[in-house]
Write a protein that binds this ligand. Sequence first.
Ligand code: PNS
Length: 188
Amino acid sequence: MNKGLAIYPGSFDPTTNGHLDLIERGAKIFEELVVAILRNSEKSPMFSVAERLEMLRELTAHLKNVRIDTFDGLMVEYAKSMDAICILRGIRAISDYEYELQMALMNRKLEPTLETVFMMPADKYSYVSSRLVREVAQAGGPVRGLVPEVVERKLREKLDPAYKFRGEMHEVLPVVLGGKEKKRKRKA
Ligand code: PNS
């Protein structure tokens, strides 16, 4: 059976554990899954498209049938250009349904041959959204467990540039101090 190619479009600013959960589920269903990041110049995103692309590539490296791409303009046009058979979207709670239904029906109006498939991420991520993750992180709150570790680190680096410097020093200092330690021990 040819399960075909599906597009999972979104902003992914940043990728959450819910997104990743959905990507893993989608990768099992479809022959190929293209995660497509919207290049939207109107919004002022927290992470650049290049940063989001890099993070998603790292996070999905273990999934051989998943590719990461970017698009702009109409999503259905992009999906058609990729020869996709459907669009994958996640629904966390009933509150998502109205917006998702509206979008799916508009996309169907624009391109009747393209189906939208909805999947549910694990219920433990049902309250997790990129917007709330950004809000919590910006206010200094913990986001562990809500986003993958690489995203958590990038959020910290973005919001506290000194964090990256401290991280680098943690890696360098043991080497430098280690050498001094040895010298001191020899003298004693
Ligand atoms: O992660 P998001 O922000 O909920 O994703 C929304 C996205 C990117 C899927 C949607 O805004 C989109 O497809 N935009 C591209 C422009 C388009 O085709 N608009 C018509 C959708 S009905």
